[in-house]
Write a protein that binds this ligand. Structure first.
Ligand code: NAD
Length: 265
């Protein structure tokens, strides 16, 4: 399978180049960056600290999507929405790791998924996807005398909050409770907030240092509390999951899939 990478000079992009080049089941079919980026014109392998590959970083995503079987995309929301249209046009699978998409950008992706297989996940790691399944189950088991609070911490460069993973955990909890997430999500608190509303799903965000990603889901009930935690030790867990998702799309019909589909959870 030929895999392409967008945003290949980014923190995740470099990790993805390494992951694709060291995986025997796929080859690096191409890589792009934004026009004018320093990486354009350089060898993708050398860029990622490995040997020369002959794959030169380009700046035309249309050429990339037309020339590979699947594209892995960890970039920015506006670019990802545009890329999904290119994926639909070329019938190329699109693995989306980008987070922080607006409702309109999300709609663009859903539209594109009518024409090609798209895997989208706010977190591509095996452990977090297991956590999502566990949170849904626990939320379905405990009633709303247990308050659900989700605490996340990430490195100082992260630009969106709460993290896409924290929101996905909140949605999993809401699905388990069979309540509409948006009516119950409390994304931040400040000042005189009044008492906590029964059934709400609260979020707290911490930013600092080089923390790859930590998520704690608290179920705080009368006289007992359950906590489920995932700690990411390195970004390679996301890259490995993304490559696995790309390979899973082979011969898959059009549709919008999640990592839970990929992992069969
Ligand atoms: P980053 O800023 O280090 O990298 C993003 C790269 O995309 C940059 O190199 C940038 O130049 C490039 N880019 C931007 N617009 C582009 C365009 N139009 N064409 C080509 N390249 C373009 O960011 P990062 O830390 O690698 O994270 C990227 C995204 O992935 C974020 O949304 C982050 O939240 C998300 N992320 C998701 C997971 C997951 O498992 N789903 C894990 C880690 C990060």
């Amino acid at each position: 399978m030929r895999i392409g990478i967008t945003g290949c000079a980014g923190r995740m992009g470099l990790m993805l180049i390494r992951q694709v080049l060291t995986n025997e089941g796929c080859t690096l079919g191409g890589a792009v960056e934004q026009p004018g980026a320093a990486a354009v014109g350089r060898d993708a392998g050398l860029l990622a600290g490995l040997g020369e590959t002959g794959v030169i970083v380009g700046d035309d995503p249309a050429v990339l999507f037309a020339g590979v079987d699947a594209v892995i995309d960890f970039t920015v929301p506006a670019a990802t929405a545009d890329f999904s249209a290119l994926a639909a046009q070329a019938r190329t699978a699109h693995v989306i790791g980008t987070t922080g998409l607006s409702p309109a950008q999300q709609t663009a992706i859903e539209k594109a998924a009518r024409h090609t297989a798209i895997v989208q996940a706010a977190n591509m790691s095996l452990g977090v996807n297991l956590l999502l399944a566990l949170v849904e189950r626990v939320a379905a088991t405990l009633d709303d005398s247990f308050d659900i609070e989700i605490v996340e911490m990430h490195h100082r460069h992260k630009v969106d909050a709460p993290s896409g993973t924290a929101l996905a955990l909140g949605r999993a909890a809401a699905a388990g409770r069979d309540i509409p997430f948006e009516d119950h999500a409390v994304r931040a608190r400040e000042g005189h907030t009044g008492p906590r509303r029964r059934g709400d799903i609260g979020f707290a965000t911490l930013r600092g240092g080089d923390v790859v990603g930590e998520h704690n889901v608290h179920f705080a009930g009368p006289a007992e509390r359950l906590e489920l935690t995932h700690k990411a030790g390195g970004r390679e867990i996301f890259a490995a999951g993304a490559v696995r998702a790309a390979q899973w799309t082979a011969a898959r019909p059009p549709g919008l899939y999640s990592m839970r589909d990929v992992l069969g959870l």
